[in-house]
Design a protein around this ligand. Structure first.
Ligand code: M6R
Length: 369
């Protein structure tokens, strides 16, 4: 049932192009418009939404962090993303015009379920993004947008994460579409790019051998740091989470702009630092800033592992290891930038002799608070 792979995780990483394509299937029409009639919240209600709040845990929370950038940019609706386990304990401000999005692969995560129950009690509408048909979270929500990743067996979430991102982009673009924001042209071009993204994920998977080789050389390290900005920041957090849960290593993700506010003190000779670089096109200010971050940490002895768009010439001189990814619009970059980090963590765990599919102390779905 592992389809010839040593681990479910490897199989599930390889299934990502299909999972992404399946999640898009039937949701974009030939004219490039979104058809999300299955989200049974009427357009008239969506037009009145004044705030979006996303609740989720672990990897799903990272998808929610990325969704915040997309929702605010394409819809101009204020959006916050919160760890489900923190949400209801701080007396959050919610009303009938709040749209709460609960993201969960299993649909059974107790923290997320309790957060959505709390939101509904306050009168908010809840949309679930879920991978498991008929599970508790979608049953208790006002509407559901299913991800079509297929069953995910490995404890470490991979294909579910990519499909959660796709679902979040669809919701963000749909909200933009029904509300008619001034980003109409950009929304249409992103929808086009999104419909081709599965091919790009596939291209990334075909170039992973150097990443595996690199991971094997780092098996005796104690710490790996991850840096990113904008949507690259949640990608950095996700890379660190994968490494923690699989390789049992100290791994931390930082917003690159925070380096000088503390974390740069951690940089010492030979510490591996993975840096997720935004596209040099578009938001190039961010790109230039992160290139100078790479220079700063390298000058202090860090071993830099740089994930950057193919053809990005500015990063080459400062990358001890360069991992190239295809060009995508900035907001979609997490779909391609996360894949090397999954492969990296899986290979490092294997090199350290760890059980990849069943990491110690963890369960696939966390049904206790
Ligand atoms: O089933 P859920 O998406 O609600 O699960 C949330 C987290 O428990 C889950 O993403 C966890 O962080 C994964 N093991 C990460 O790989």
């Amino acid at each position: 049932e592992k389809g010839g792979y040593d681990y479910f995780m490897l199989k599930e990483i390889a299934e990502q192009p299909k999972a992404v394509a399946d999640t898009l299937l039937g949701r974009i029409d030939l004219a490039g418009n979104l058809c999300l009639d299955e989200v049974r919240i009427p357009a008239s209600v969506l037009r009145e939404v004044s705030k979006v709040v996303i609740v989720a845990c672990g990897t799903a929370y990272h998808a929610g962090m990325i969704a915040k950038y997309a929702i605010e940019h394409w819809t101009r609706i204020p959006c916050e993303t919160e760890l489900a386990s923190e949400f209801r304990y701080r007396d959050p401000i919610l009303d009938q015009r709040t749209l709460v999005i609960a993201i969960s692969q299993s649909g059974e995560t107790m923290d997320t379920l309790m957060a959505l129950r709390h939101a509904r009690e306050q009168g908010a509408k809840v949309l679930a993004i879920c991978n498991t048909n008929g599970s508790t979270i979608p049953r208790e929500s006002d509407a559901v947008l299913y991800t079509h990743a297929g069953p995910e067996v490995a404890v470490a979430s991979t294909k579910a994460f990519l499909t959660q991102l796709v679902a979040c982009y669809l919701v963000a673009l749909y909200l933009g579409q029904v509300r008619g924001t001034k980003w109409g042209d950009e929304i249409l071009s992103v929808i086009r790019e999104l419909s081709e993204i599965a091919t790009q994920v596939d291209q990334v998977l075909e170039t992973m051998e150097p990443v595996r080789e690199l991971a094997r050389t780092l098996a005796d390290k104690n710490t790996v740091l991850f840096l990113g900005r904008h949507v690259g920041y949640p990608v950095a957090l996700e890379g660190a989470l994968k490494l923690k849960e699989l390789a049992y290593m100290h791994a931390e993700g930082f917003a690159a702009g925070e380096l000088k506010h503390g974390p740069i003190a951690l940089i010492e000779q030979d510490v591996p630092v993975v840096v997720v670089v935004p596209s040099p096109r578009g938001r190039s200010v961010l790109h230039d800033k992160i290139v100078s971050n790479i220079q700063e940490i390298r000058a202090r002895g860090a071993r830099t592992i740089v994930i950057a768009e193919r053809g990005d010439e500015a990063v080459g001189p400062y990358a001890d290891h360069l991992i190239e990814i295809p060009a995508t619009p900035t907001l979609l970059q997490p779909l391609v930038a996360t894949v090397p980090l999954q492969v990296f963590a899986c290979e490092l765990a294997t090199a350290r002799g760890n059980e990849v599919d069943q990491p110690r102390n963890l369960a696939k779905s966390v049904t206790v608070e």
